[in-house]
Design a protein around this ligand. Structure first.
Ligand SMILES: Cc1cc2nc3c(=O)[nH]c(=O)nc-3n(C[C@H](O)[C@H](O)[C@H](O)COP(=O)(O)O)c2cc1C
Length: 192
């Protein structure tokens, strides 16, 4: 099962966060990082990172920028908004060239081994339908705004239709914050 989390890394005194789909296997975590992201660049050389289990809205926020309230566990950044954060040391890096419908891509497969975890005192909010839709918008947003991937015109059209449909539902059922985040994504994509 893929778990959608926020991965935080730090390089040259700069904290970075990104939504990433990870696989948990006992005390290990596996993630597939696409070439071109800061997370990829950071973990090429840095050996430590945190996996943050967060409310869905934080996954969407993480695709937009790196600003946040970071806390530190032995120098590893993690998010104050997490339900819990797990800390890992990189034990394996594997590089794979892959070709799929988004064109040719270099992947770095990272395996991390748990070195600690912290449970925070954040209370979950009731599920709102805009939560899931905003995460789906963030997935499409990250693909449409990625200069390293090629999307054919038909797929692009479908993605734009989907993102607009999700936005129309978010406007009906979501909070002010859901709507503002959705609008920022659409504005950045020149769709609003
Ligand atoms: C829900 C979700 C899951 C994602 N999973 C991955 C992933 O597994 N691997 C990856 O390389 N990018 C993934 N992305 C895309 C990255 O989050 C995106 O490229 C991001 O801009 C990278 O940020 P950074 O440059 O700060 O590292 C995902 C995006 C979303 C919204």
């Amino acid at each position: 099962m893929i778990n959608e989390v926020v991965v935080a890394t730090r390089k040259n005194s700069k904290d970075n966060k990104a939504p990433i789909g990870v696989y948990f296997k006992d005390k290990k975590v596996i993630m597939h990082l696409f070439y071109g992201s800061h997370t990829y660049e950071n973990l090429l050389t840095e050996d430590y990172f945190s996996v943050n289990v967060v409310p869905p809205i934080e996954i969407a926020k993480a695709v937009l920028d790196d600003n946040d309230e970071y806390l530190y566990y032995e120098g590893i950044p993690y998010l104050k908004s997490s339900y819990y954060a797990i800390f890992y040391k990189v034990v394996k890096r594997e590089f794979v060239d892959r070709e799929d419908k988004f064109g040719k891509n270099r992947l770095m497969i990272i395996e991390g081994e748990e070195i600690g975890r912290i449970y925070l005192n954040n209370t979950p909010k009731p599920y709102n339908r805009a939560d899931g839709l905003l995460v789906e918008m963030a997935v499409i947003y990250s693909r449409l705004s990625n200069k390293n991937i090629n999307i054919d015109e038909n797929s692009k059209k479908e993605m734009i239709e989907d993102i607009k449909k999700y936005f129309s539902i978010i406007k009906k059922v979501g909070s002010r914050e859901h709507k503002q985040l959705a609008e920022t994504m659409l504005r950045n994509l020149n769709l609003l």
